[in-house]
Write a protein of this length. Structure first.
Length: 550
């Protein structure tokens, strides 16, 4: 017993082997021996159901988080988005990804793989050509004035939009230079533009088209500019005397493949000759594709478990790890994405599993992995639990450290403190939801105005109470609201919440003390006490006390 006492002192919880029933009774008999029959004590304590060894495989699994290069290996679109989405099912890719990324796995190793996923496809636009039509200003070009007071500007005439420059018989040097254009390894790359020139007077040296692959975005003079020969530009002979637009034709710039280039149009004028130059529809085709991503829905982190056979990876389909959306959907667990001794996972996970696996049959099992904040460790732990679908509900094989409440009473026969197995609990949202779900299946739809609120008994998982106002429970069936609540708790909630209830524990009759809230225009709290009058798997409960206003 001294070993067990040291264990309790160190870890500050009880287990299945070191029972609260035994040690709390000892404590009470030692310190409160003067209390007589009729005396009782309600005591809260921490309880730890030890995790089975097979579940430790999942709670202590190795982990691997997909990185940027993993997404890149899937497809250009996934690389751009940075996450998986319905068009790219991660189940089709993760095995091959981790085969290349995890090189030190041993046979039968289990890994928890995390990745980003959105259940809505993003909108990804692909631009494979550089295009500028000057419809909204100079767009992808910048104007730089070197000499004179005039500069390039965006203009239009009728349906034509263009960049325009005129020196007006003054000395000018002005450049209009494109944003950087990234070219790929394509065998054929062309530049094309449409332009009109007037007042040139055959002074072709005053206008030039040039390309640079070393321009830094600011130092024009320091860059190397390769000037395109006007002989390579189509219809040059027709230009120079009016505002008729002509195409340059496709100018081959394939020599710049695999480079980042800048396209420049350079204009000069003098006091004796100043042309007007109008340029539109500048294109470079093809370029390295440019992607723009519009999120359909922000991605979240998902987790999957994979096992290595020694030669290949396979997904463990019977293991499910909760994600941030799952916690948020349960309410309070979503505040920090974990359960704790005060947020008992057993109050939430059975309802969650019912919703996630609505067609599960008798005997189906799922491993559920979740976060649990341990006060003793002051840390968030990874916990694995096996749930099995039995007689209409999901039953846990394991519970980590939770806060239990027990009742002890002085025996009239032995005059000593003994454990009273009465189970006392306060109804929370998942409890009310059990009643709502039952009404949804078994009563007319008119009694379920919302999925989390019913008006047959008056239970609301949203408000976490019974609405006992007139019209909020079925007065055609029940004389008083108390009758409706009694049936809801005694015949629906308790049998579903405690399907394995027993008649006695350690020779003491088993009772359930249920605390619940009501709303009648104001809020009140009541309790009802039920005795187990038929043991599970289809237990029956009979009201023996209440409702008592607390």
């Amino acid at each position: 017993d001294s070993v067990n006492a040291d264990f309790i002192k160190t870890y500050k919880y009880f287990t299945d082997e070191i029972k609260a029933q035994d040690y709390v009774s000892f404590l009470l008999n030692k310190n409160y021996y003067l209390f007589g029959p009729g005396s009782s004590a309600v005591i809260s304590y921490d309880y730890n159901g030890e995790m089975p060894e097979d579940l430790v495989l999942y709670s202590n699994a190795f982990s691997y988080d997909l990185v940027e290069t993993d997404y890149e290996s899937v497809d250009d679109l996934v690389e751009v988005a940075g996450y998986f989405y319905p068009d790219f099912n991660p189940d089709l890719y993760i095995s091959s990804i981790i085969e290349n990324s995890i090189t030190d796995a041993d046979t039968n190793d289990i890994y928890r793989i995390s990745y980003k996923y959105s259940n809505v496809n993003p909108v990804i636009s692909i631009t494979s050509a550089f295009e500028e039509g000057f419809e909204t200003g100079l767009g992808k070009f910048d104007s730089t004035n070197i000499i004179g007071s005039k500069s390039w500007y965006a203009s239009s005439y009728g349906s034509d939009f263009f960049a325009k420059m005129s020196g007006y018989q003054q000395d000018n040097e002005d450049w209009i230079i494109s944003n950087p254009i990234v070219l790929g390894a394509d065998a054929s790359i062309t530049l094309n533009f449409t332009h009109a020139i007037k007042y040139l007077n055959d002074q072709w040296d005053q206008l030039s088209v040039a390309i640079s692959s070393d321009y830094d975005g600011s130092d024009i003079e320091g860059a190397t500019w390769d000037v395109i020969d006007w002989g390579d530009v189509a219809d040059t002979a027709l230009l120079g005397s009016d505002y008729t637009f002509y195409s340059s034709g496709d100018i081959d710039i394939s020599a710049y493949a695999n480079s980042t280039i800048y396209i420049a149009f350079k204009y000069t004028s003098t006091t004796t000759n100043a042309a007007t130059w109008e340029i539109k529809n500048v294109t470079v085709t093809p370029i390295v594709p440019v992607y723009a991503v519009t999120l359909g829905k922000a991605p979240i982190i998902l987790y999957e478990y994979y096992q290595y056979s020694g030669s290949a990876w396979s997904k463990l389909d019977d293991v499910y790890c909760l994600n941030s959306e799952d916690y948020a959907g349960m309410g309070e667990p979503g505040d920090n994405n974990y359960f704790s001794s005060s947020i008992d996972p057993q109050n939430y996970l059975p309802t969650f599993l019912n919703a996630k696996y609505p067609t599960a049959g008798e005997g189906v099992s799922k491993i559920v992995v979740y976060n649990f904040f341990s006060d003793a460790d002051d840390a968030t732990l990874t916990i694995a639990d096996e749930y099995t679908y039995e007689t209409g509900s999901w039953v846990s094989s394991y519970a980590y450290v939770v806060q239990n409440t027990g009742k002890w009473a002085v025996s009239a026969t032995t005059l000593r403190w003994v454990f009273d197995p009465t189970e006392t609990f306060t109804m929370v949202s998942p409890d009310y939801q059990i009643i709502c779900d039952w009404v949804a299946i078994n009563e007319d739809a008119v009694y379920l105005p919302y999925s989390n609120t019913e008006i047959y008994y008056g239970a609301s998982a949203y408000y976490e109470n019974f609405d006992i106002r007139t019209g909020k429970w079925n007065a055609d069936v029940f004389d008083e609201w108390k009758d409706a609540v009694e049936e809801a708790i005694g015949t629906i909630l308790l049998p579903n919440k405690y399907p394995a209830a027993t008649l006695q524990v350690n020779g003491v009759d088993m009772f359930y003390q249920v605390i619940f809230d009501t709303y009648s225009g104001s809020y009140s709290t009541y309790s009802m006490k039920f005795q187990v009058t038929k043991a599970g798997p289809e237990p029956e409960f009979t009201l023996v006390e209440g409702p008592i206003l607390l």
